[in-house]
Design a protein around this ligand. Structure first.
Ligand code: C2E
Ligand code: CA
Ligand code: CA
Ligand code: CA
Length: 280
């Protein structure tokens, strides 16, 4: 709601009323989505730029809404974070993704060293008992911790010292982390080396512009040399063209992910794809 004037009158017009009702409806629906098994996880390959081999997947949640069809996380993750629903939703995604990864490792030849990357929101990272939860899920799915990677956005790490402490404990558990959307946040470079992190993920906004805009190229170059001096690997997200891939390869970027290789797919479709042990 907009606040106007000194009296802070809340101006609440009809459009906003409708909007509020809609949000309330979405929240109610989202709350039930897990129980009704409307959420599902899609998987997108992460490819080694050195060898072209599949190295793992990123888990990306989707919502199959009975009326609206497939809803993308950009539409409901912010609401889930605002309402706290992200805690149960995130736990569900983590369990689902670890379980799927372990099943593939067990049943599909050549997949036993592949890893799964799961997005963790700030609120999830800072919740009490996260460590116990992650530990439980790993035990329950019998996935080796070395095959799980958590993706945390740069802004969360920049804002909370606590987050760094938690990542250290996760690392002790054997779980690596990655800074997501790198380049869009505001983490101070002087603190970066203290983050217990072994990978940076270059945001797709830089990758998508790299053929058209010199600055994006410069930013990627800077991130690459920064990562090198910090002994971190880099994944580029949103790689759509061969030209982008070639440029990233020429800069020694280790991993890439994007429509050029594969869109995020439901598990059954991804399984059909990896049965042929793809090389890109
Ligand atoms: P993200 O973590 O930066 O994920 C990458 C997004 O880029 C995904 O969007 C993916 O589908 C999309 N993408 C991948 N390759 C390409 C490409 O070549 N071109 C283009 N244009 N896009 C590409 P998606 O799946 O809609 O997810 C959006 C965001 O929602 C994610 O951004 C992440 O921040 C959040 N998210 C998704 N799943 C989860 C989850 O389980 N938990 C949490 N906390 N956040 C999630
Ligand atoms: Ca991510
Ligand atoms: Ca991103
Ligand atoms: Ca992100």
């Amino acid at each position: 709601a907009k606040l106007r004037g000194k009296a802070c009158t809340v101006v609440f017009d009809h459009a906003m009323y409708t909007q509020a009702l809609r949000l309330l409806q979405v929240e109610t629906d989202l709350r039930r989505a897990i129980e009704r098994e409307e959420l599902c996880v899609f998987y997108q390959p992460i490819v080694s730029l050195l060898t072209g081999a599949l190295t793992g997947f990123e888990a990306l949640v989707r919502w199959r809404h009975p009326q609206w069809g497939l809803v993308s996380p950009g539409e409901f993750i912010p609401l889930a974070e605002e309402t706290g629903l992200i805690l149960s939703l995130g736990r569900w995604v983590l369990h689902q993704a670890c379980d799927q990864m372990r099943r593939w490792q067990r049943t599909l030849p050549g997949t036993d060293q592949l890893s799964i990357s799961v997005n963790l929101s700030g609120r999830q990272l800072l919740q009490p008992h996260l460590l116990e939860q992650v530990g439980e899920i790993l035990t329950d799915t019998s996935l080796d911790p070395q095959f799980l990677r958590l993706e945390i956005t740069e802004s969360v790490l920049g804002d909370y010292d606590e987050a760094v402490t938690i990542l250290k404990k996760l690392k002790d558990l054997g779980v690596d982390s990655c800074i997501d959307d790198f380049g869009t946040g505001h983490s101070s470079l002087s603190r970066l080396h203290r983050f217990p992190i072994d990978r940076l993920k270059i945001d797709q906004s830089f990758v998508s512009q790299v053929e058209h805009d010199r600055e994006s190229g410069e930013i990627i170059r800077t991130i690459m040399s920064l990562a090198q001096s910090l002994h971190m690997d880099v994944t580029a997200e949103g790689v759509e063209t061969r030209a982008q891939r070639q440029l990233l390869q020429s800069l020694d970027c280790q991993y890439a992910q994007g429509f050029l290789f594969s869109r995020p797919l439901p598990s059954a479709e991804m399984e059909a794809l990896i049965q042929h042990l793809p090389h890109w």
